[in-house]
Design a protein around this ligand. Structure first.
Ligand code: CP
Length: 337
């Protein structure tokens, strides 16, 4: 695909070579994300970071990624602080914000809303999550993380096995990641969820049509066996009609040290898009795994900055200018661990 000026709305836009390109550029962002160098490639550019649904990682890491390339960020962090609360349409909001920005990241609770916004926008728009539909930048950072984790064990994405666990019906991260994995070969998927929260049938059908092996189960312990990666998800309470309805499923599937030791392979990579629900009644990924070397959740969040920097560099066409504007940082940059 031609990244220059493109909207990023769905993983369906990508061919495998596009993903390879994003990952190559992401690799080159390490000196900046790891605070060894600064870049001025986007000096003067403005990101409109429009979040109409709660977010920590996506909003802040897109903002940091833009700052690390030398750009400025203007943001809306919820509906109540924007004129959408006064009845303004997405069309009008898109027209206005795209007059103030060079690129926009947008999150909204309604499926299809970001595509609608992008149609009215005069600048490129990146989907930061549209309801239960898609979260393409999360899928890219997840896949980038999987690639690195498997590479460190001598493995590859082609031929890998992955268990996806939890609310697969509403989880936009698993929808996007599954569809991105369509670009690879011979993947074994184990989809572990309550029957009522299973992966949408159209996604399962496409995985099978492309030759991947897909097993669906509501038995977590058997489903965890023999996987390179286990990808846990939260019950997406905000997609249920009532909290009581979400409570039916909360806490049904949990991974902790004892279950991991009993049912996973010693090298199984543990992933979660976060936020994990750490309340006692949920706790789908226990803190007793926090020091486990295979816990990749914070490597995922760190990788999110690299991948999002790569998207900005490609969309705004500064990929070749980053090294030219690079300089060593002049402040204390050591990290404790
Ligand atoms: N993974 C993710 O989308 O996290 P946030 O909701 O905090 O952005």
């Amino acid at each position: 695909m031609n990244f220059r000026g493109a909207h990023i709305l769905s993983v369906a836009q990508f061919a495998r070579q596009d993903v390879d390109k994003i990952f190559r550029v992401a690799d080159r962002m390490e000196p900046f994300a790891h605070r060894r160098q600064v870049s001025k490639a986007l000096d003067g550019a403005i990101l409109g970071n429009m979040f109409f649904e709660p977010s920590t990682r996506t909003r802040v890491s897109f903002g940091c990624a833009f700052n690390l390339l030398g750009g400025h960020v203007r943001e809306t962090a919820d509906v109540d602080s924007s004129s959408i609360a006064k009845g303004e349409s997405l069309f009008d909001t898109a027209r206005v914000i795209s007059g103030y920005s060079d690129v926009i990241v947008m999150r909204h609770p309604r499926v299809g809303s970001v595509a609608e916004f992008a149609e009215a926008s005069r600048v490129p728009v990146i989907n930061g999550g549209d309801g239960s539909n898609e979260h393409p930048s999360q899928a890219l950072l997840d896949l980038y993380t999987i690639k690195k984790e498997l590479q460190s064990q001598g493995g590859t994405i082609d031929g890998m096995s992955i268990a996806m666990v939890g609310d697969l019906k509403h989880g936009r991260t698993v929808h996007s990641l599954s569809q991105l994995l369509l670009l690879y070969k011979d993947i074994r998927f184990t989809l572990i969820s309550p029957r009522e929260l299973s992966m949408p049938a159209d996604i399962v059908d496409r995985l099978r049509q492309e030759g991947h092996e897909v097993a669906e189960t509501d038995d977590m312990e058997s489903g965890l066996q023999d996987n390179d990666t286990v990808y846990l998800t939260r019950i997406q309470e905000e997609r249920f009609t009532t909290k009581l309805e979400a409570d039916i499923y909360r806490g049904r599937f949990r991974l902790n040290q004892a279950i991991y030791t009993r049912h996973c392979q010693p090298n199984t990579v543990i992933m979660h898009p976060l936020p994990r629900d750490s309340r006692a009644e949920a706790n789908e990924l226990d803190a007793d795994l926090n020091q486990h070397p295979n816990l990749a959740i914070f490597r995922q969040t760190d990788n999110g900055v690299l991948v999002r920097m790569a998207l900005f560099a490609l969309i705004l066409d500064v990929e070749d200018k980053i090294a030219d504007t690079a300089a060593d940082v002049g402040w204390y940059t050591e990290r404790r661990f």
